[in-house]
Ligand binder design. Structure first.
Ligand code: ADP
Ligand code: AMP
Length: 218
């Protein structure tokens, strides 16, 4: 299986789909947002450097992100990149790194969705910080609000999922990350799906785009 870049705005459903693909096909999910939040919780130097950018809804500088991701790569498992790359410089660094390590360049899937739908999704998001599982109080609620169905532990709402910061993050996505759609399209490595559809329908489109419909999953 080839490495995959899940490309889309905050709230487009990348993490939700990564969880599904990870469970079914054994991909490894690398979410740079989750990694950074773990660094902050652990109080590392990187966590401290990243904190202000994240609270303001800005991107963490490319050099810090690229170093962090390179430190995570290795091993034979195919990777789902979730929330990375977010700039052309990050995409170029990823291509160069994967090429040099003999894995070949990744395929990108663009989660196309209107901006108007995203604030509502993000305001209702609850996540399990222990395993990255994602819920929505409106669209995909847990059995008990604030509690994970699987491990029974607490769900949390992110401190950047609030109106002003959401607007900033969506502006940043349009200005800095949307150019990656062209980047991957020019390279002939882009598929696009309708991310406004319900979770199961998005998953179905994704399997089709990745040619996994007949692959052996669990
Ligand atoms: P991203 O990782 O792209 O930021 P998430 O996967 O965290 O997005 O999803 C954002 C929110 O939207 C979550 O609350 C999630 O439960 C919900 N969500 C994800 N996919 C869908 C969908 N297809 N329809 C409705 N809500 C969705
Ligand atoms: P996410 O969990 O993907 O929504 O990311 C949360 C925040 O982490 C973003 O608003 C950025 O501040 C930071 N971040 C995550 N991934 C990246 C990245 N690839 N490049 C720069 N900043 C990132």
């Amino acid at each position: 299986m080839v490495d995959i870049v899940l490309l889309g705005a905050p709230g487009a459903g990348k993490g939700t789909q990564a969880q599904i693909l990870q469970k079914r096909f054994g991909y490894r999910q690398i979410s740079t947002g989750d990694l950074l939040r773990r660094h902050r919780a652990d109080g590392t130097a990187l966590g401290k450097d990243a904190e202000g950018y994240m609270q303001r809804g800005e991107l963490v500088p490319d050099d810090l992100i690229i170093k962090m991701v390179e430190g995570e790569l290795g091993g034979g498992q195919a990777v789902l990149f979730d929330g990375f790359p977010r700039t052309v410089a990050q995409a170029e660094a990823l291509d160069a790194f994967l090429d040099a390590s003999g894995r070949g360049k990744p395929l990108a899937v663009y989660f196309n969705i209107a901006r108007a739908l995203l604030e509502d999704r993000l305001l209702g998001r609850w996540t399990n910080p222990r395993n990255g599982r994602v819920y929505n109080e409106k669209y995909d609620p847990p059995k008990t609000l604030g509690i994970d169905d699987e491990d029974g532990g607490p769900l949390v709402q992110r401190d950047d999922d609030k109106p002003g910061t959401i607007a900033k993050r969506l502006d940043v996505f349009e200005a800095q990350t949307m150019p990656l759609v062209q980047y991957y399209a020019h390279a002939g490595r882009l598929d696009e799906i309708d991310a406004a559809a319900p979770v199961d329908a998005v998953a179905h489109q994704l399997l089709h785009a990745l040619d996994l419909e007949h692959a052996h999953g669990s």
